[in-house]
Ligand binder design. Structure first.
Ligand SMILES: [Zn+2]
Length: 223
């Protein structure tokens, strides 16, 4: 923390995003909220294997459910641009991913592929929340970030669309920038923040797999 930040912190002390109490030391969430948030997540932790429609994904891992405090924090991260939250998120998500790898359930991925934003959306939001997450995950997992996809279609926000409409909305949304290198059976890991129907991840995985025999996993913060 530089002198300017210290000064700012004295005049405007950081307040916890969840309980609004002064959290100190530039922490976005206070110690006790963080503790109970992590405990809550551990109780709701969920690996989704039963998404039958996600045919291009080998497996989807989600850290928790998109509800309660987690929902508030994700909202603050994505829409209010509280980027410091990426450290907390990456730390927790890495634990889950590493456990899948260490237990031999996942082939260790050769690269982390963040779900890209359309340049127009990136300009609106100021940062790509999935890319930042992938960059923070990379050292924990010892897997490089591989920006293999670009978004070529500016899509409507998916929240109010039905499943069928989402699939049509995403048609031709992604293009692959590079062919994923790797021997047969090599895997890559798609990274995104929130998965609602899984349509985005499935479409991204389909494009990554075109003409390639790679395995695609996905990891998200919440579903
Ligand atoms: Zn708090």
């Amino acid at each position: 923390m530089g002198w300017f930040d210290i000064l700012i912190n004295l005049v405007y002390p950081s307040r916890c995003l969840l309980c609004s109490r002064v959290s100190g030391k530039g922490e976005v969430v206070c110690f006790s909220c963080k503790e109970s948030f992590i405990l809550g997540l551990k109780n709701s932790q969920d690996s989704i294997k039963a998404f039958n429609e996600l045919i291009y994904l080998e497996e989807l891992y989600a850290l928790g459910l998109y509800q309660g405090d987690f929902r508030r924090l994700l909202h603050a991260y994505k829409y209010q641009g509280i980027r410091d939250l990426s450290d907390i998120f990456a730390n927790l998500l890495a634990e889950g991913i590493n456990s899948n790898i260490n237990k031999g359930e996942w082939v260790k991925p050769q690269g982390l592929v963040p779900v890209p934003l359309h340049p127009r959306r990136l300009k609106e939001r100021g940062f790509n929340q999935s890319e930042l997450l992938a960059e923070k995950l990379s050292p924990f997992l010892e897997i490089p970030v591989c920006k293999a996809l670009k978004r070529v279609k500016y899509t409507q926000t998916q929240t109010r669309l039905s499943r069928g409409e989402r699939i049509i909305n995403l048609e031709d949304a992604f293009k692959r920038k590079i062919t994923l290198p790797g021997v047969r059976g090599a895997s890559y890991l798609l990274i995104d923040d929130i998965c609602t129907s899984g349509a985005t991840l499935n479409e991204a995985a389909r494009v990554l797999k075109e003409g390639s025999s790679v395995i695609i996993y996905a990891a998200v913060l919440a579903h």
